[in-house]
Write a protein that binds this ligand. Structure first.
Ligand code: C2E
Ligand code: MG
Ligand code: MG
Length: 644
């Protein structure tokens, strides 16, 4: 290998057992060498070959070393290579008794130094082997030189070969540089392709590769390989309220903490931690020997991320949904195991308390089921199989029908009904929830128009909106368009958004809701009480109604139930001049309780189940009749109504 030194020095080794000849070399390669003939071309040649590295007389400088035996020459070449001061040329005699001959020595020298030019010096050309290039390859670095030689010949040859050597070395270095740069670039590109730029952790692509490696290693060792996926609840909320930089810092902190806990501490170099998606992380652990160990691992992952994170001087408490699958139980190959872990993760996200979810085969069945359902849903929207059922809301003060909630239903040609909890999220995943919403709005407006035809209709209808619809830029004009087209009084339409949807997308929601409210449709907050509402956002939004989450109403069944939450929500509603609806009222106890606590409206199976538009007309007729008969004895009246 060349270095900078060797670039400036022309090192020559001469090997001959004849001391006289060595002297000849020294003389003709020495600096003071004066050609004894008029060989003016020598200086010129040296200038061309060496440029500045000639002395003032234009002569090349050689550093000449000599040995008188083959073995000593081999050692000298080795030492020079070790010192990184290699020779450019070795002049070597063929016969040097008592040691090995020059050809043998040259072969060894070639093994040590692939770059050196070897000049085999011989008295008679016919005595040397003619396949020197094959014997001591490469052929362009081995030469014959006949002795006795003239000093000028020797010097000229040395100058030419040193020039060639420097050129070779420069080329070699350039190639090496190029190779290194290519390697560096490749490495950098791989980093980008395989590592997440924010956390510097492996990304999904690399995680799958790593799992493949772990799996192939696991074939011959004990234990399963577990994959734990986590997804953080309300991550976009943090981005929106604390700023994008804080979100980034938080991601980095999560990544660091997971690596510290699972890669660096206990399980040195066994676990692999990576960023699986936007706010999804993965911990992969090989050699897990029991289901208990998997449970323990998942629990530890949860504890690790649920310790507060200090971001921007604030302690942030995160909740993570966790899905777990493992090899070889849930899949033989890496992708399948990840898919199972994802299915489990999504189940965990959907569960209210983000419970750690372990994959089981039913989820795969559901995944396939979902695939069929997708194809069917497109067709169902086109052919009008999506319709709305209506659930009455009753005023606790007057006992009158005070509103209805439109609930989407998919009624298949065979009469079976698919619940909205199945097909609404599916439509969102498929990106067709706007089409679905539009079709429900049309249905609702058609039904309102029909009720109006049938008689007086002044009951407002609530339509549910999902987070996806809030992001639809055309939402407001779409609603205005349909109401205008069907000549529906805008005061009869309310839109319901869940508290979590509002909070997650407050910056998106605010302008849309302001726009809708100023147009004249009502805004209601659904499933209130489970989110993380602050009073300030409530005051800021154009909201008229709070619907208490069913979970709180369900707790009221117990006669000594804790009514504090419901009381607090009602007090909050009253203080802010909002109407309060109790949803999911199923028993007379619950009814009596919410009425006593001051709820304005009641909705639930106790009043009526959701029903079709035509059923509602009949129900309302009977309901009104019964009401008038019962002289406002509300509770009894409703029970009568329920029997219809
Ligand atoms: P939600 O808006 O909170 O609707 C109330 C849900 O509670 C309805 O379920 C209703 O049938 C059910 N329910 C009513 N009274 C009772 C009761 O006394 N006890 C019990 N246990 N349940 C009661 P459904 O119709 O299955 O709808 C579920 C959810 O699907 C709705 O919750 C809403 O979030 C969503 N959804 C329904 N229709 C639409 C729609 O058109 N668009 C959107 N984006 N979401 C919809
Ligand atoms: Mg609702
Ligand atoms: Mg609700």
């Amino acid at each position: 290998m060349s270095d900078l030194n060797s670039h400036h020095v022309n090192r020559v080794l001469v090997v001959d057992d004849d001391a006289h000849l060595i002297n000849e070399y020294l003389k003709c390669l020495g600096e003071d060498y004066e050609p004894d003939t008029a060989t003016t071309t020598l200086g010129d040649l040296e200038k061309v070959l060496f440029g500045e590295e000639t002395d003032e007389k234009g002569a090349a400088r050689f550093e000449v070393h000599s040995r008188n035996q083959g073995e000593a020459a081999i050692e000298a070449v080795q030492a020079a290579v070790d010192r990184q001061e290699p020779f450019a040329i070795v002049f070597i005699d063929i016969r040097m008794p008592p040691g090995i001959d020059g050809i043998e020595a040259a072969k060894k020298i070639r093994e040590i130094d692939p770059n050196v030019n070897i000049v085999v010096v011989t008295g008679s050309l016919s005595s040397g082997p003619d396949n020197l290039g094959k014997l001591i390859p490469p052929a362009d670095k081995v030469f014959f030189f006949k002795k006795p030689f003239h000093g000028v010949e020797c010097r000229q040859l040395a100058a030419a070969l040193c020039g060639k050597w420097h050129a070779d070395m420069a080329l070699r270095k350039a190639n090496e540089d190029l190779e290194r740069r290519v390697e560096e670039r490749t490495e950098a590109l791989q980093k980008i392709a395989y590592f997440d730029l924010v956390t510097r952790l492996p990304n999904q692509l690399l995680l799958i590769e790593e799992l493949k490696n772990l799996i192939s290693k696991a074939e011959d060792s004990e234990g399963d390989t577990a994959v734990v996926l986590l997804d953080f609840d309300r991550f976009s909320f943090i981005n929106e309220t604390m700023g994008y930089d804080s979100g980034t810092e938080l991601l980095r902190s999560i990544g660091n903490r997971l690596s510290r806990t699972f890669v660096e501490e206990q399980d040195k170099q066994r676990a692999i931690v990576g960023r699986f998606g936007a706010d999804e992380f993965a911990v992969m652990m090989p050699g897990v020997e029991s289901e208990d160990a998997i449970t323990e691992l998942a629990e530890r992952v949860r504890q690790t991320v649920e310790e507060p994170f200090l971001i921007n001087g604030r302690d942030l408490f995160l909740k993570a949904a966790i899905g777990v699958a493992w090899h070889p139980i849930h899949g033989r190959d890496a992708k399948r195991v990840f898919r199972c872990a994802e299915a489990a993760l999504h189940r965990s996200i959907r569960s209210l308390d983000n419970a750690i979810t372990y994959y089981h085969s039913e989820m795969r069945f559901r995944a396939r089921h979902k695939f069929d359902l997708e194809a069917e849903l497109r067709g169902a929207i086109d052919t009008g199989q999506i319709t709305a059922h209506y659930q009455p809301q009753q005023s606790t003060k007057t006992g009158e029908l005070a509103g209805v909630e439109a609930l989407a239903r998919w009624i298949r040609p065979d009469g079976s009904v698919v619940p909205p909890s199945d097909f609404i999220p599916l439509s969102e995943e498929m990106g067709i929830s706007d089409v679905l919403f539009e079709s429900i709005m049309h249905t609702v407006c058609d039904d309102v128009a029909a009720w109006r035809e049938a008689g007086d209709w002044n009951v407002p209808v609530s339509v549910n909106l999902s987070a996806h619809q809030l992001r639809n830029r055309d939402l407001v004009s779409l609603i205005k368009g349909i109401l205008t087209e069907k000549a529906i009084d805008r005061a009869l339409i309310n839109l319901e958004l869940t508290e979590t949807v509002l909070l997650e997308d407050l910056t998106v929601a605010q302008p849309v809701l302001d726009d809708l409210a100023s147009y004249g449709v009502g805004i209601h907050i659904d499933d209130f009480g489970t989110g993380y509402s602050s009073l300030s956002y409530l005051a800021q939004l154009p909201v008229q109604t709070l619907k208490i989450d069913q979970a709180f109403i369900a707790q009221l069944s117990d006669p000594d139930a804790n009514t504090k939450v419901v009381e607090a929500i009602i007090a909050l509603g009253k203080a802010m001049d909002l109407e309060v609806v109790a949803e999911g009222v199923e028993t007379d106890q619950q009814y009596a309780m919410v009425r006593r606590l001051g709820c304005d409206l009641v909705q639930g199976y106790f009043i009526a189940r959701p029903m079709s538009a035509s059923q509602l007309t009949v129900w309302r007729g009977g309901y009104v009749d019964t009401q008038s008969l019962k002289h406002g004895s509300t509770v009894v009246g409703i029970e009568e109504a329920r029997k219809k």
